[in-house]
Write a protein that binds this ligand. Structure first.
Ligand SMILES: Cc1ncc(COP(=O)(O)O)c(C=O)c1O
Length: 318
């Protein structure tokens, strides 16, 4: 990446493989960002390479971040933070449970301070974090926004595009990702502009409405262009939100989607999660896969494996 961009620290196992997959007699490429790490599996660690470099440069000694109680981002921040000597205080939408599942279980092993918030309180989580920061004594707090989707964070996905560039077949026209906070989508759009690769980015919104995610993606793109003085221009046409794949709500998934996830796991050996990649793959399957054809859109597997444990009963039942 251009030398005018900030430095990163190396935390993820990169480059991740770009694998050819066959599902229901249709072929496509999958970018295996579930293989970026073990405790730090998934998309967040790419963002954290830039975020933690910035936090260390600013001499922070405590990270704050937030998400749902099964947040992959919270878990990845906690573990990545510890790997460079930083503690993280978590602000989670959910309840304290004595024997938690999945990500929350992994969080608790590191004994972080956790503030549990109701759904209504969580709407103001950034204000709550700001207020808490004013009460910290002898701490220099570095605030990592939801999903790590700050200008520094999203550079991780610009970097992912430069990685893709190395082995991209000519027929590939785009890439599809799940979208929560929108940073992965935003980073991919910025990367395709910076590296001159005409990749259309498709985002499957799982957390917020279509219009909200579109605005969030554009907003963080604009902030990033301004902050790093990037010589690119981006418009709404550079990405497209595929809506309607999380009508059951962020914390839920329909049995129909779990059936697709299971069939995919049984035929490829790759397990998708219930909150993000499972929903995104159902959209990818509906929009881009057809029997005996090779898709020209890549599926980005953004990780999330630990989320399956919170849906054990459903994954076994359907
Ligand atoms: C597994 C997984 N996939 C996709 C996403 C969405 O990424 P983003 O928040 O950058 O939109 C997240 C986090 O929100 C995630 O944990």
């Amino acid at each position: 990446m251009s030398s005018s961009l900030p430095q990163r620290i190396h935390l993820a196992n990169l480059p991740t493989p770009l694998q050819q997959i066959t599902f229901r007699n249709s072929k496509f490429l999958i970018k295996r960002d579930d293989l970026t790490g073990v405790e730090t599996t998934g998309n967040k660690i790419r963002k954290l390479e830039y975020i933690l470099a910035d936090a260390l440069r600013k001499k922070a000694n405590l990270l704050y971040t937030c998400g749902g109680d099964q947040s992959n981002h919270a878990r990845a921040t906690l573990y990545a933070g510890r790997s460079v000597g930083l503690d993280t205080k978590l602000f989670l939408w959910g309840e304290d449970i004595s024997l938690p599942e999945g990500n929350l279980f992994l969080d608790k092993i590191l004994k972080p301070k956790i503030v549990y918030l109701t759904e209504a309180e969580y709407h103001n989580v950034h204000e709550i974090m700001n207020e808490s920061e004013t009460k910290e004594k002898n701490k220099k707090v570095y605030l990592v926004p939801e999903g790590g989707s700050s200008p520094h964070g999203i550079l991780g996905y610009a970097n992912c595009v430069s990685e893709l560039y190395q082995d991209l077949p000519k027929r590939v026209k785009g890439i599809l990702t799940a979208a929560g906070s929108g940073g992965t989508t935003a980073g991919l759009v910025i990367g395709s502009k910076l590296f001159g690769i005409p990749l259309k980015v498709f985002a499957v919104n799982v957390l917020t409405s279509k219009s909200l995610i579109e605005n969030r993606v554009m907003s963080v793109i604009e902030k990033t262009i301004a902050k790093f003085n990037l010589d690119i221009s981006v418009s709404h046409k550079d990405f497209e939100v595929i809506d309607g794949y999380s009508k059951e709500g962020y914390k839920n998934i329909t049995d129909k989607k779990v059936k697709v996830i299971k069939e995919f796991a049984q035929s490829t050996g790759i397990l998708l999660d219930p909150a993000y990649t499972g929903k995104a793959f159902c959209a990818f399957n509906d929009y881009f896969l057809s029997p005996k054809k090779t898709a020209d859109i890549i599926f980005l597997h953004t990780g999330g494996l630990f989320g399956v444990f919170s849906k054990r009963e459903q994954y076994l039942r359907v």
